[in-house]
Write a protein that binds this ligand. Structure first.
Ligand SMILES: Cc1cc2nc3c(=O)[nH]c(=O)nc-3n(C[C@H](O)[C@H](O)[C@H](O)COP(=O)(O)OP(=O)(O)OC[C@H]3O[C@@H](n4cnc5c(N)ncnc54)[C@H](O)[C@@H]3O)c2cc1C
Length: 434
């Protein structure tokens, strides 16, 4: 069983709202024969596209391979929320790395939001608007003082002026649900259409001269010198290789797979709502993510559909009825949506690490891997590509900083770790209810 094909048809985008609305690129060819390049990038999500285009803009000859299509993976199906910061909070980061490195990581995470926003201003992204404003919503009253202290800490210690704490009255004005007690609004963070963003990156990469191949699944990467990359129909000899497969990596590299674990997450899109019904759910053009361990996240599309994400699973196969699965948390938060039609429902696979920090690794002198963004990959994976390119060009400062962050191996080895993960996740999701 393979996550690349378990839930999707070969060479096709999933039945998501994004795919239905996108203006897809004509298919790229299948890689064939003996090929050579400076850098071969495996995986055409944000990580791979951004790596390839940054290298090509520096003058490298780049081949980019995807087993399916450009943006087929998590990059074309996600919640579209662009968060600064990493999944591990500031306090834990300071404890783990010390204040100095924690500050450097915070700067890196801000750069990740900047790079996304900057890309959306390029002409190739004319159809991909960056909407500023993300709300973090606390589902427990006891979290509200922590959120407020967090806003103060980021302003006072990190000089971040874009966040404002929300009390119970304010959050209920902004989000039409009795589920929340407070939180914060970040006006630097934002949201966008994730597949349009991926396709825009592909247009930029193509214009920069990247040779893109689709339906070209890599079956092996030989870590020789030079390394070579094999698909069923091609062998590519490259000066450098970058692995950018994230949740879809499968068994391609056991070193990375030991530290990075796939999990599935799900989204539904309602039918278009009236402007009044929209304002009853979210007042203002904000996206919302809540404080649950299995996060509920939502925002409106430009045609006024609520795109609501939530629920996870840990095996290969997606559940048969994604609408039913995601309706449950959606109606708990917005009972007023009972009876509203769900026009689209889809799932995707992302990758998490034990401590929710991204996993950047040098697998051999000239083979790099970037993955494990743990649900914060829209911005960080895009930045990872820029970091990959500068590392290959000989400036490894940001790579070294990120690679120093320890990402422990999952216990239990590949066979046992899934049942262990299920148990751990069930425990945490149970805590969401306490
Ligand atoms: C439902 C869902 C909601 C999410 N919501 C958010 C959100 O709101 N905000 C946020 O920041 N993050 C979110 N994420 C996470 C985010 O989407 C990912 O972290 C990010 O897209 C990772 O990008 P990537 O390029 O590393 O991986 P992917 O986009 O998954 O790309 C990997 C690519 O590698 C290809 N590939 C894999 N194996 C091979 C092989 N052997 N040969 C060739 N190609 C191969 C795949 O076909 C795929 O196209 C979400 C993820 C999901 C699934």
């Amino acid at each position: 069983m393979d996550l690349l094909t378990a839930n999707d048809r070969p060479g096709e985008y999933p039945g998501s709202y994004y795919a239905a609305m996108a203006n897809p690129l004509p298919p790229f060819p299948v890689a064939e024969g003996n090929l050579r390049c400076d850098v071969c990038v495996v995986g055409a999500g944000y990580t791979g596209l951004s790596t390839a285009l940054h290298l090509a803009e520096r003058g490298y000859d780049v081949i980019l391979l995807d087993a399916q299509r450009v943006g087929f993976g998590a990059s074309g199906r996600n919640g579209g929320q662009v968060w600064p910061g990493l999944r591990m909070d500031r306090y834990d980061l300071e404890r783990l790395l010390g204040l100095d490195d924690a500050r450097k990581l915070w700067d890196i995470s801000l750069q990740s939001v900047d790079i996304v926003r900057d890309f959306t201003r390029r002409p190739e992204m004319a159809d991909c608007t960056y909407h500023p404003g993300l709300i973090h919503a606390d589902h427990r009253a006891r979290f509200v003082p922590e959120s407020s202290a967090y806003v103060d800490m980021l302003r006072d210690d990190y000089g971040y002026p874009h966040m404002r704490a929300l009390d119970r009255e304010e959050i209920r004005h902004l989000v039409g649900s009795s589920a929340y007690h407070g939180g914060f609004l970040d006006t630097n963070a934002g949201h966008l259409d994730p597949l349009r963003f991926a396709l825009g990156l592909a247009r930029i990469a193509q214009a920069a001269g990247v040779r893109i191949f689709e339906r070209s699944k890599v079956t092996a990467v030989d870590k020789g010198d030079p390394p070579n990359v094999r698909t069923d129909a091609a062998t590519i000899v490259a000066g450098h290789v970058v692995l950018a497969c994230n949740g879809y990596l499968g068994g391609l590299d056991s070193q990375v797979a030991a530290r990075v674990m796939p999990i599935n997450n799900y989204i539904v899109a309602t039918e278009p709502l009236t402007p009044d019904a929209q304002a009853e759910i979210i007042r203002g053009d904000y996206a919302v993510g809540d404080s649950k361990f299995v996060v509920n996240y939502y925002r409106f599309s430009e045609d006024r559909r609520l795109l609501f994400g939530g629920s996870e699973s840990y095996g290969y196969r997606f559940p048969a009825d994604i609408r039913k699965l995601v309706s449950k948390p959606m109606l708990e938060i917005f009972p007023q949506l009972a009876g509203v039609k769900l026009d689209y429902a889809w799932g995707g696979t992302l990758a998490i690490t034990m401590n929710r920090m991204p996993h950047f690794e040098r697998l051999a002198g000239n083979i790099l891997s970037f993955s494990g963004y743990s649900g914060h990959g829209l911005a960080m994976a895009t930045l990872a590509g820029q970091i990959a390119a500068e590392t290959i060009a000989g400036q490894a400062e940001r790579f070294d900083m990120m690679a120093r962050v320890p990402t422990p191996r999952f216990p239990g080895g590949p066979r046992l770790r899934s049942p262990l993960l299920v148990l751990a996740m069930l425990w945490y999701s149970l805590r969401d209810r306490l």
